[in-house]
Design a protein around this ligand. Structure first.
Ligand code: FES
Length: 242
């Protein structure tokens, strides 16, 4: 687990909030409710506006651009808001506020129930990649060799064919996996474009290396494949494509 200092406790007065560009590679919003501190993604999930330029009344955070709102205690959307805020675990120590960064593998639904030792072995075969805002991770027709887990930032998908494309209608958040075609046979090419909507950190896994690692631990492999089939079904229902 990585601990990243964000600011001092005294930097954010009760009832206030401030945004920070951090060593995590993402902007983080620190909010002081008067009872405790919370940390969330610093950019609005709607259109990348800095949330610290919005309004905070002690319990509700409002983006000034189109007035999406969130419950500051949970990050859950309120009213017209269509997406929650990504929440960061924090620690206060000696008057400083730190964000605690755990591996996205731990947060990934695909690996729910998998033993920590197995997760550590999988983490060892991952490559961490940082992508700038608007960077294309892969495009339609590219080889489907790798799968990805989002560690921070946001990724959005475009589906369709050449001149007739459209947004898939969902964005990913921390711990969500994409590019799962790399784990399937006879799915050699991408059928969607994956684009980072802000600076994003990704865990990239070779599909072959992942399959080899899971084959070496059949119980974990069976669990992961069951969960993969459930995730594919869920994403197909939401009109996505990988
Ligand atoms: S940019 Fe924040 S609500 Fe639209």
């Amino acid at each position: 687990m990585k601990r990243v200092r964000i600011c001092s406790v005294s930097d954010v007065p009760a009832g206030g909030m401030k945004g920070y560009d951090t060593d995590l590679g993402v902007r983080v919003l620190v909010v002081n409710s008067g009872e405790c501190f919370h940390a969330y993604q610093g950019l609005c999930p709607h259109q990348d506006v800095c949330l610290d330029e919005g309004y905070f009344d002690g319990s509700t955070l409002t983006c000034h651009q189109h007035l999406w709102q969130w419950d500051v205690a949970t990050g859950e959307p309120m009213g017209a808001a269509e997406a929650p805020l990504e929440r960061y675990d924090i620690e206060e120590r000696d008057g400083e506020i730190y964000v605690l960064q755990t591996s996205a593998l731990k947060a990934c639904e695909l690996f729910k129930g998998v033993a920590d030792a197995t997760l550590a072995r999988l983490d060892a075969i991952a490559v961490r990649e940082e992508h700038d805002s608007l960077a294309t991770v892969y495009d339609m027709g590219d080889p489907a060799d790798d799968l990805y887990i989002l560690e921070s930032g946001r990724v959005e998908f475009v589906i369709g064919r050449e001149d007739r494309t459209s947004l898939a209608g969902f964005m990913l958040r921390k711990g969500e996996m994409f590019g799962w075609a790399a784990l399937l046979e006879e799915q050699p090419r991408r059928i969607a474009r994956a684009v980072c909507m802000e600076k994003s950190m990704l865990l990239r896994f070779s599909g072959k290396a992942m399959l080899d690692a899971l084959a070496a631990e059949p119980a974990a492999g069976f669990l992961v494949m069951r969960q993969l089939s459930a995730l594919i079904t869920k994403q197909l229902w939401s009109q996505g494509g990988q």
